[in-house]
Design a protein around this ligand. Structure first.
Ligand SMILES: Cc1ncc(COP(=O)(O)O)c(C=O)c1O
Length: 431
């Protein structure tokens, strides 16, 4: 038996479902993939099989696995004892780097997972405005806490539909504070503000909607969010857990030229180590204790190892050659995959921006929202991913919805060409 399967079966005897995170089971292969080691854009499983990684730690790996700059920063911190739950000069250094790099940031706080960042950001927005309602967009993903684990009960595409929790165990009734509308519909956003403007604490949005693959906001939609929020005294939160640093150093807000009041940043910021950030206008951030009255604390907040790693990561993202390289690789990979789909007469469509991309099977037009993305052929996606893995390219499928994929900066042109050669064989099996 393969060692991957053997060790996964072993894990099932002590870890619930055999994993540390429910979505870590890759639905295309029916179990979690267990990796032995990783370097640059490649990973090796417990059986010694090598893959080019186009999942990239679900977005956490943007530089590459085992990046030497991150490793050096971590080792320096380990050598100092890595005392946690205390502050040191690296926290201020990281705060300064973030505030210099990301447009909306005047003050920041560090936290663990992206889930915590969105949770604290929403609490802060409610504390600052004294309002409770939260506008969210259909399908946008904001983590696993009770405030956001809701989806339309009936058909997609409705304005302010009845919501149902996405998981059992979610606190009932929270949905009374949520208003959901479809993505990319400035007209519906306007309508909701006309009805509820003075009750809305915040609008939270995936400013580039990577959780549905790669869906871009229209200029009108992005501008309407900013304008309506300002007009109604509502805070605009960009959830950049996935989009930060992906296409330019200032993230989706720099790319779109729209500055939110608050934002969350996660995944790539830690260079593969666990840290997330939330922050924004100084006036709002001053509401946090000890200056203000809104709580945000945690034993492991700002652990010195991820803080050191994040500082090294942001310095790497700010190097002049970083984004030209990302965009060149993105173009080569996207156009190469598109040609392979054409060659094998497979109805695949790529939407890409920076280092992440979506693949949509069976959709022949630009995907603009969640309802569109949901129409993709899930079965073909599962078969594609299984065939890609079989041929040495690692993708992940979370099951059901559209999925996002990505590459890291360690990927060079030759790696792209090798991935495309492997995918040529994989895609040939789909017809
Ligand atoms: C946009 C967005 N927000 C929040 C989260 C939650 O982050 P985490 O998984 O680190 O809790 C994610 C995770 O994929 C995300 O993509």
């Amino acid at each position: 038996m393969s060692r991957v399967v053997e060790q996964y079966n072993r894990a099932c005897n002590s870890l619930a479902g055999g994993v540390s995170s429910s979505t870590r089971v890759n639905q295309a292969i029916g179990h979690a993939m267990l990796f032995d080691r990783a370097e640059g854009c490649r990973v090796w499983d417990l059986d010694g099989r090598e893959y080019i990684d186009l999942c990239c730690s679900h977005g956490a790996t943007l530089l590459g696995h085992g990046d030497v700059r991150i490793r050096a920063a971590v080792e320096r911190t380990l050598a100092r004892g890595a005392a946690c739950s205390y502050e040191n000069e690296l926290h201020a250094e990281l705060g300064e780097l973030l505030c210099e790099t990301v447009p909306c940031l005047e003050r920041v706080r560090f936290t663990g997972a992206g889930t915590e960042a969105t949770m604290h950001c929403i609490r802060l927005a409610r504390a600052f405005t004294g309002r409770t309602k939260l506008v969210r967009f259909e399908g946008n993903f904001h983590g696993y806490h009770d405030q956001v684990m809701w989806a339309a009960e009936g058909e997609l595409g409705q304005v302010d539909p009845r919501l149902a929790p996405i998981s059992t165990g979610v606190t009932p009734g929270i949905d009374q504070h949520l208003i959901q509308i479809p993505y990319n519909r400035p007209d519906l956003l306007q309508q909701v503000f006309e009805q509820h403007g003075n009750e809305i604490a915040a609008v939270i949005c995936e400013a580039v909607y990577y959780n549905a693959g790669c869906v871009l906001p229209t200029d009108e939609f992005a501008a309407a969010m900013r304008r309506l929020a300002t007009e109604h005294g509502t805070l605009l939160i960009f959830d950049e857990i996935l989009s930060a640093f992906r296409m330019c150093a200032g993230g989706a807000q720099e790319y779109l030229g729209v500055t939110p009041d608050l934002c969350t940043i996660g995944k790539s910021v830690g260079g593969g180590y666990p840290i997330s950030v939330f922050g924004g206008r100084e006036e709002i951030m001053r509401r946090l204790m000890p200056e203000g009255d809104c709580q945000h604390s945690g034993t492991y907040n700002g652990h010195p190892i991820p803080v050191a790693a994040a500082g090294a990561a942001i310095r790497a993202f700010r190097e002049p050659a970083f984004y030209p390289h990302i965009h060149a690789i993105s173009e080569r990979l996207s156009s190469g995959m598109t040609k392979l789909f054409e060659k094998h007469d497979v109805p695949g469509r790529i939407q890409a921006l920076g280092a992440r991309f979506g693949i949509y099977f069976g959709i022949d037009h630009e995907v603009r929202d969640y309802a569109d993305a949901k129409k993709h052929d899930c079965d073909m996606m599962l078969r594609f991913i299984a065939a890609a893995i079989e041929n040495g390219v690692y993708f992940h499928d979370y099951g059901g919805g559209a999925v996002h994929h990505g590459f890291c900066a360690a990927m060079q042109e030759a790696d792209v060409d090798e991935a495309l050669n492997r995918l040529d064989v994989a895609i040939a099996t789909l017809g």
